[in-house]
Ligand binder design. Structure first.
Ligand SMILES: *Cc1c(COP(=O)(O)O)cnc(C)c1O
Length: 479
């Protein structure tokens, strides 16, 4: 289960910053924990167990580092939650928010009004996104982005007079957020179990997870092709006249940084075109430089009709999501009367101003280019060199500054641990204690550091990851 919290025993090496840090804090760690336990319900958490062990209290951050309330300095291998692409403490973003709050803290964009920040952001996104993406709709999160996608998809087919096109095909172990629509689109069984009422007409096909699910002697390319062809089979089963769209993350993020082989996306695109089905790329993690391209669909070489954006759009400094519309979809939406969807904070001026400052930093400091040509290749090679022939590493997936490390009982035989989630949790706790944030999804360890990370910091992450994975192997008695 992807976000679950487990009890963690803290090791507390005193850091030099500790005393000064504690002096600025309003309360002691114990007080924070007691109040947190008394009043705060965390997302995706077992609150009983969390309250007994106590949360880690993060009090400040700079660059790629976090500090907790005990003064521990922690390297953030996850960029917060896949979002802090420009790193922590960027004054440009803080200044943009401060200026905008003084100038115009809020105005809506509903009733024939607009404002400079949302105009600047839209023009900038059109410049940065691939050629056919020139129109953007705004919301506050990735989940709302995917809710918006459904609204656009259905409106689009209504404008084409194809009212029977209602089904949306998604994938098992995909993640598309946690609103009712986002959770239904996603393929996380444990989320579906807690949603007795789901959005109608959403069905799932299997994921392109080679290490875990390929049988026999299929090559990764053959396997990925077979998984893509499940889309065609599903369309034929439902009837092409009834299928509106296919949605997928170019690489699955929360599902374990699963990178499909190069045969996958071209085949998905071919099938979508053949049966006249909209292709949606959920770029919430992949967007804004993660793979070394501005958007992950560019890395995989396909052209979606809609893209969902969030996380890296503002580097997480304030909440914002968006949907980018391909010209042919935008044209249909624009020329066919009212589009009956909006959020109070669609295009919020402060969020838009922060997004503009963030995107200009990514562009003008050449951060995305550096991920592509320098830090990304360095990170990927370092991981592969460090874990080549490691006794419990079965696969390393990724590109740019995102990676998934498959823990496996027998790497050569592609045999996973029977109790995979438990092994991931053991490893995650060693990371935590070693002051590295590395996430565990089942038995895959995930890294997605801020895009501004330098090589020394990459070395530190990989060394700490190695320590945690070695310690895990040792605890399991594997060497
Ligand atoms: C995080 C995520 C979402 C949901 O975004 P929220 O801002 O948490 O609602 C949607 N899709 C993908 C691929 C994500 O990683």
């Amino acid at each position: 289960m992807s976000y679950r919290t487990e009890e963690v025993a803290y090791v507390q090496p005193a850091q030099p910053a500790g005393a000064a840090q504690a002096a600025q804090q309003q309360r002691s760690t114990a007080e924070y924990r007691a109040l947190d336990a008394a009043h705060h319900i965390h997302p995706f958490s077992d609150m009983g167990s969390l309250n007994r062990s106590g949360s880690r209290v993060i009090v400040k951050a700079q660059g790629v580092y976090l500090w907790d309330s005990d003064g521990n300095k922690i390297i953030d291998g996850m960029a917060g939650l896949w979002c802090v692409n420009v790193g922590y403490g960027r004054k440009e973003l803080a200044d943009a928010a401060y200026r905008q709050m003084q100038e115009l803290p809020f105005y809506n964009t509903f009733f024939k009004t607009t404002h400079p920040p949302v105009i600047e952001l839209s023009a900038l996104l059109a410049e940065l996104a691939p050629e056919p993406f020139n129109h953007f709709f705004y919301c506050n999160s990735g989940s709302e982005g995917n809710d918006t996608v459904l609204r656009i998809v259905h409106q689009y087919w209504a404008t084409q007079g194809k009212h029977s096109k209602k089904f949306v095909i998604s994938r098992k172990n995909g993640y598309h957020g946690s609103t009712i629509a986002g959770g239904t689109l996603g393929g996380m069984g444990y989320m579906h179990e807690q949603m007795p009422s789901k959005v109608e007409n959403i069905v799932h096909i299997d994921q392109p997870y080679f290490f875990g699910e390929a049988e026999g002697n299929l090559t990764p390319e053959e396997f990925a092709l077979a998984r893509a062809q499940q889309l065609e089979a599903k369309i034929l089963e439902i009837g092409a006249d009834n299928v509106a769209a296919f949605i997928g993350e170019p690489f699955q993020g929360a599902g374990g940084v699963i990178f499909p082989a190069s045969t996958y996306w071209p085949e998905i695109q071919r099938i979508c075109r053949k049966y006249d089905i909209l292709l949606v790329a959920d770029e919430v993690i992949g967007g804004f430089g993660r793979t070394g391209e501005w958007f992950a669909h560019q890395h995989f070489g396909f052209e979606p009709d809609l893209i969902t954006l969030a996380k890296g759009l503002t580097s997480g400094y304030v909440p914002m999501g968006a949907v980018g519309l391909h010209d042919r979809v935008a044209k249909a939406i624009i020329e066919n009367g009212d589009f009956n969807h909006g959020l109070t904070y669609s295009g919020h001026p402060v969020a838009a101003a922060v997004a503009v400052a963030n995107l200009k930093l990514l562009r003008d400091d050449k951060i995305v280019e550096r991920v592509k040509t320098d830090t990304g290749p360095y990170f990927q090679k370092k991981l592969r060199d460090t874990f080549a022939n490691h006794p419990i590493i079965g696969e390393i997936s990724g590109a740019g500054l995102v990676a998934g490390l498959q823990l496996a009982e027998d790497p050569k035989a592609r045999k996973r641990f029977a109790n995979g989630g438990e092994v991931g949790t053991i490893c995650r706790d060693f990371c935590f204690n070693g002051n590295l944030i590395m996430r565990a999804t089942g038995d895959r360890m995930l890294l997605s550091p801020p895009l501004v990370i330098n090589k020394l910091e990459i070395d530190e992450i990989v060394a700490k990851a190695k320590y945690a994975i070695d310690a895990t192997a040792q605890q399991l008695g594997i060497s």
